[in-house]
Design a protein around this ligand. Structure first.
Ligand SMILES: Cc1ncc(COP(=O)(O)O)c(C=O)c1O
Length: 393
């Protein structure tokens, strides 16, 4: 039987039922209903408990729209240059373009795989950068103190694409803005969804308005309620999605602990299968709180090709996450500027995503470890050329 790359872990229908019944009794299915508001309050409480300043939070239909609208709400001039890492999911760059700006593709740190404040400072020194959109790559969080200092020193706004980093990325500095995904494959799944959280004065109110077409709903705003004051879109979260999100939040701590322990177990099995220390892992101060992916660097491109071939023979799914890099995507070529990205290019030669999901049996984990053992113990076999391309998680 094929071993899948990942399997979504959503609350069962019976757990959703009380929330759905509440929704139906209130006869409100969208437009900032009671479940969306309760979900936002619950999320905000978690972030506020770790923040030195007051935060605003608003839900969105998905993180891609959240990124687009957070950038729009910064009110930058059209065609502003937004620094993004070359190693990320395509949505990071498409959100920049759909907000009317231009992606500037930057390198990542060779160890953390993140676009760091140091890399951003170098890019600023070399030319115009109007905003920075670092990515919490594969759920690894950014230290917000560094980005706070960057914002203070340069005056350039920073929005973290924390799509996969719920539970790991906090806004624990005096300034910060982040966008999270609640897609079915994420650790806090709502099916589809996302939210934007920020300490920036007025930003969340503007994002919320943009999710509701740009209509003014504030009687104290000095313009009539119902007046279109910005050119927004429909990016509201429905009550159905909030029901799933609330049920996911109820059990998040338990599922996160399970993810951490299963991930650590699989990683230990792989390290044991690839001695001496042949596998290279993303470096971070603390492990991801609720990992959803297992990504590892093989010793070489040939080793990755060999592992891919062994996995194909054994019906084990693998994926080259975030590849091709953004600077090799034809659709982005004429719209973006590419800075040198040697570390990202190197990572892209040997990064491999292997199966990991809740419910993965010990035997399945051993199957993956065996494939790694077979691939790395059999160097010299003919390489298999080819790329699976980018996929949304
Ligand atoms: C880094 C990154 N940004 C943005 C997104 C898009 O999130 P969503 O599917 O909620 O639009 C993803 C999705 O996996 C992602 O990995």
């Amino acid at each position: 039987m094929t071993l899948p790359l990942l399997v979504p872990d959503l609350p069962a229908p019976e757990v959703l039922m009380p929330y759905l019944q509440r929704m139906h009794a209130a006869r409100q299915y969208s437009n900032f209903g009671p479940l969306v508001c309760e979900f936002e309050t619950g999320l905000n409480a978690r972030f506020s408990a770790r923040s030195p300043v007051s935060l605003g939070l608003t839900t969105v239909a998905n993180a891609t729209l959240g990124l687009e609208l957070a950038l729009t709400a910064l009110d930058l001039p059209p065609h502003s240059r937004v620094l993004v890492p070359a190693l990320t999911f395509v949505a990071t760059a498409t959100a920049v373009l759909r907000a009317g700006h231009l992606p500037v593709l930057a390198d990542v740190d060779a160890q953390s795989w993140l676009l760091t404040p140091e890399i951003a400072r170098q890019a600023v020194a070399q030319g115009a950068v109007d905003a920075v959109l670092p990515v919490a790559t594969f759920g690894a969080p950014h230290a917000m103190a560094g980005w706070h200092e960057f914002e203070q020193d340069t005056g350039i706004p920073v929005v973290i694409d924390a799509a996969a980093a719920f539970g790991s990325q906090w806004l624990d500095a005096p300034t910060g803005t982040a966008v999270f995904s609640l897609h079915a494959t994420k650790c806090l799944p709502a099916g589809e969804g996302g939210f934007v959280v920020s300490s920036r004065p007025g930003l969340i109110a503007r994002v919320r308005q943009l999710t509701n077409f740009g209509i003014n709903l504030n009687p104290a705003a000095g313009v009539p309620v119902g007046m279109l004051v910005r050119i927004g879109t429909n990016a509201k979260m429905s009550e159905y999605h909030a029901a799933v999100g609330l049920a996911s939040l109820d059990r998040w701590d338990e599922r996160a602990a399970l993810r951490r322990s299963m991930h650590a177990d699989l990683r230990a099995r792989l390290d044991a299968a690839a001695t001496p220390a042949l596998l290279r892992w993303q470096e971070m101060a603390e492990p991801v709180a609720a990992p959803t992916l297992l990504c590892v660097r093989l010793p070489s491109a040939q080793d990755r090709e060999r592992l891919e071939r062994v996995c194909a023979e054994r019906h084990i799914m693998v994926r080259r996450w975030y590849q091709p890099l953004l600077n090799a995507m034809p659709a982005l070529e004429k719209h973006s500027t590419c800075l040198p990205a040697p570390a990202a290019v190197k990572i892209a030669t040997d990064l491999c995503g292997l199966p990991f999901y809740l419910g993965m049996a010990g035997g399945d984990a051993e199957r993956v470890a065996e494939a790694v053992r077979a691939a790395l113990g059999a160097k010299g076999a003919a390489p298999l050329v080819g790329s699976e391309g980018q996929h949304s998680a």
